[in-house]
Design a protein around this ligand. Sequence first.
Ligand SMILES: [Zn+2]
Length: 362
Amino acid sequence: MLVEGSILDIDGPRPAYVLFRHGRVTDVGAPGTASTRGRARKIHGIVIPSPVNSHTHLGDAVSVREPPAGPVADLVGPPRGYKFQLLAGTSRIDKVAAMRAALARMVREGVAAALDFREEGVVGVEMLRTALRGVPLRGFIFGRPTRRPVDAGEVERVLEVADGIGLSSARDEEGPTRRSIARACRAAGKRFGLHASEAVREPTENYLDPRPDLLVHLTKATVDDLAAVRDEGVAVALCPRSNALFGRQADLRAMERLGLRTLLGTDNAMFHPPSIWSELQFAYTSSRLLDRPASAAFLARAALVEPWVWLGEPDAARVAPGTPIRPLIVRLPPEDPAYQVVTRTTEQVIVRPGPRPRRPPR
Ligand SMILES: [Zn+2]
């Protein structure tokens, strides 16, 4: 298959042709110069790296009704929020099935990896691992030990099965808990993340010491706070739709101007389906509601490029022969690729090069 149009990847937007064979990129060049002698199927469009959903709570997919009204702490706050009661009241088999359905949706939308905050300790991580079996999507799992005060044995067991530990927030977790868990993550060579400044502003020392690998939300952070996060080189995952449900909005424009390493995620699956494309569209539109517009280029990077850099795989964010992750083709006008991709991508405009992938699991 020959795509004539443009590329949008870690090196930015540019006019190009991209030639695919058996789903893999075999050649890239200036538009109109491909030497296929008319033998390849030709389409017009944009070729992009496969996106990453950088913040999910897929276990919440067990929720099938509109969540009750109320403050976010009552809904998703540990240990007795609505979601934790739902999780406790749902069988393991039903939780795995719900997570598998959410994963299948992400696969259909071209998502190649997801960073999930999985609650429920070792068992919770194991359930998501089971749900991921046979699914062509990489799950990066932040587990969460359940016992407080921290039980070193449990932390060790979580770190054996998870890729890191993701905590609720500095407000919910005491300093000694955060420090001992961050230390254990470091010792195991794994990542440490937590939610921060979501409902109220928290002082930066509460969430930058110990230094995390990933922060989530920062909706109430000041510009000075954001600059401190940037200076520490800590990445931030944003979830604009989830925040908007509770009347909050991260300052995307400030984050872009500061050069913060920004990722995009869909947060709790009980609030929204895990569609990274819906999240991108909402991020673009909602940043204009407050007259704090973020550029399409910045948002596209948050879904397509920064997470791969964070995962230590910048080559996955490149459209070129031999990259580790297959890129996506979107059938959209190629003249202004970031704008098109951010505001118009849906499952329906994604074209699969080469053989169809195996059917998504049910
Ligand atoms: Zn979260």
